[in-house]
Design a protein around this ligand. Structure first.
Ligand SMILES: [Zn+2]
Length: 262
């Protein structure tokens, strides 16, 4: 299997790479491990001390659960595998508090975390609007969880597609006109002839638009894939991929041990 990094945009939290010598089943397994098994921190329990806002406690608790929190996988473990046996301790649970008085809007940035590394990725997310005299005060617990239990714990989006093979079959009468029709610069004019820019073809998300052009043939590589990962921000793309592969490996080891015993 060969892996080549196509792009890693840290600003957009997005990475994609080309994998050669594998199957769609393998790519899909990796995709599922990213979505469902790589843990992140999210608020799970909320205890209200005061809530005179227009929103019910449940609605606010739900909104808090959906706020992505920066996650450090080295410092935290899943509750079910934690030494505290799920009771909740500093290794599996982060305490956060939220207080606000109207008039005004309470934002994600108003959440005060006991661990300064665990904080909302998008501080400007509104939680609730308060009118004059309205008040909110609560204590929340964030825990590590997995996307298989609730999508709030999913670290991002992962998807793959077959690598496109675009070939020039015949030259058009006006190569420049054809090249200019497609802004992704997949088609280029070199020495008066239309050519395919391989690099741009790999990055182009909508290469099927080239299917209707009579001068080109579009095929899909059978054993080559473009795997893309878009992080919601709790973890970096490389952290997500490393964790996904580690968990996959642990599962396989457990399976192998189980087989030996069976
Ligand atoms: Zn614990």
């Amino acid at each position: 299997m060969e892996i080549k990094l196509l792009e890693h945009n840290k600003k957009q939290n997005k990475a994609s790479f080309v994998v050669k010598g594998t199957t769609a089943a393998y790519m899909n397994t990796l995709r599922k491990y990213v979505l469902e098994r790589v843990p992140t921190l999210a608020i799970e329990d909320v205890e209200f001390r005061e809530n005179s806002s227009i929103l019910y406690d449940e609605v606010i608790a739900h909104r808090l659960g959906l706020i992505p929190l920066r996650t450090d996988l080295k410092s935290y473990s899943l509750r079910e595998t934690c030494k505290c046996k799920g009771e909740g301790c500093a290794r599996c649970t982060v305490q956060l508090t939220l207080e606000g008085k109207g008039p005004g809007t309470v934002y994600a940035s108003d959440l005060k975390s006991k661990d300064s590394h665990v904080k909302p990725i998008h501080p400007g997310t509104p939680v609730v609007k308060l009118l004059k005299g309205q008040e909110i005060e609560l204590e929340a617990k964030a825990v590590l969880g997995q996307g298989k239990d609730h999508s709030k714990w999913s670290p991002g989006l992962a998807y793959y597609r077959h690598k496109p093979i675009i070939e020039v079959k015949s030259q058009p009468a006006d190569p420049k006109k054809l090249a200019d029709m497609y802004p992704e610069k997949v088609l280029e004019v070199k020495n008066g002839k239309i050519t395919v820019n391989e690099e741009n073809a790999l990055k182009c998300a909508t290469y099927d638009v080239f299917e209707g052009i009579p001068h080109l043939t579009i095929k899909q590589a059978e054993d080559e894939f473009i795997f893309t990962i878009e992080s919601w921000g709790q973890l970096d793309c490389d952290e997500i991929m490393t964790a996904a592969v580690d968990i996959f490996q642990q599962d396989l080891e457990q399976f192998a041990q189980g087989l030996k015993k069976a």
